[in-house]
Design a protein around this ligand. Sequence first.
Ligand code: S3P
Length: 182
Amino acid sequence: MKKRGDAIVLIGFMGAGKSSVGRTLARLTGLGRFDTDEMIANRFGLSISEIFEAQGEEKFREAETETLRELVGRGQAIIVTGGGIVLRKENVDLLRELGAIFYLSADEDTLFARISRRTTRPLLQTADPRATLKELLAARLPLYRSAADVEVDTSRLKHEEVARKILENLEDDDRGKVNAEG
Ligand code: S3P
């Protein structure tokens, strides 16, 4: 098995708060932040919706994998991913190589309330976005859970509280390692 890196990796459904928690973690730790959606949008010079429209979802998914490959070996950082990153097994292997994977979860009502504030998510521009959310969530839940090292339910937490939980978890983990080593 490949060595696990030092990054803090955030995965989870649209509306789970990955971007905001990622920013908070970067502020609290002083580490650099890489957001795969932002990197892809910069690479194409287009918004995510425009990429889906002009190039199709498959091109976007390829760009996600390429972006993760570029991030491997960059060391300690905060890595924020798009909600569909777990759809490819290769991506999950790359995320494991990058670092500790935190799955930010939330209940369906909370996700829908958060997502409804914006119309920037191409996958939810359907006749019945709530039904689409339910379907996508059911299909992805097992993928998030099997990829994750730790799940944090964000439904009733502020971004800062989620970030602190993640940092506490890493500290506990380090303490565990020190104890195990002697
Ligand atoms: C997607 C989630 C989006 C973005 C794209 C596809 C998905 O990111 O990558 O619209 O498949 O769930 P967020 O999770 O940041 O909204």
